[in-house]
Design a binder for this molecule. Structure first.
Ligand SMILES: [Zn+2]
Length: 141
């Protein structure tokens, strides 16, 4: 017995007492797609809710009785404090006079060349440098 294409579906189903595998997959894909779409929708809705709640929470904390003119600007003002990358410490130079090398913490904040210099001397150099800096600052002021 042969069934004609298109019209024989019902007959095949009856014969095997279960839907064609392709139908099963199609149903699974459809239901999965629906679930996925619903999940994405929920997720987006939740995220929007969170952002809105945060914006309201910040504005309530920030300005009692005076709503901000621009909520976006407020968020932008708050965000950089959180997102800002770690600031690099300023380069410190070796305190030995005339030395232009960078100081390294492993050498006790002097350069590799002067790591053998006694601490007392380094301390003296540091004081000299600080005094010179103070003088320069006073001059500039
Ligand atoms: Zn040095």
């Amino acid at each position: 017995m042969r069934h004609t294409p298109g019209g024989g579906r019902r007959v095949v189903r009856g014969m095997f007492a279960r839907p064609m595998p392709n139908d099963e997959i199609a149903v699974m894909v459809e239901s999965f797609t629906n679930q996925l779409a619903a999940a994405v929708e929920r997720s987006v809705a939740r995220r929007v809710q969170t952002v809105v709640a945060q914006a309201i929470g910040v504005s309530v904390k920030r300005g009692p009785g005076r709503p901000p003119k621009n909520g976006g600007a407020l968020i932008a003002a708050v965000a950089p404090a959180v997102v800002r990358p770690r600031k690099k410490p300023p380069l410190q130079l070796c305190p030995v006079p005339g030395c232009k090398n960078a100081a390294a913490p492993v050498f006790g904040m002097v350069c590799a060349q002067h790591k053998g210099v006694p601490k007392a001397k380094i301390k003296q150099y540091r004081e000299q440098r600080r005094n010179a800096k103070d003088k320069a600052a006073r001059k500039a002021a």
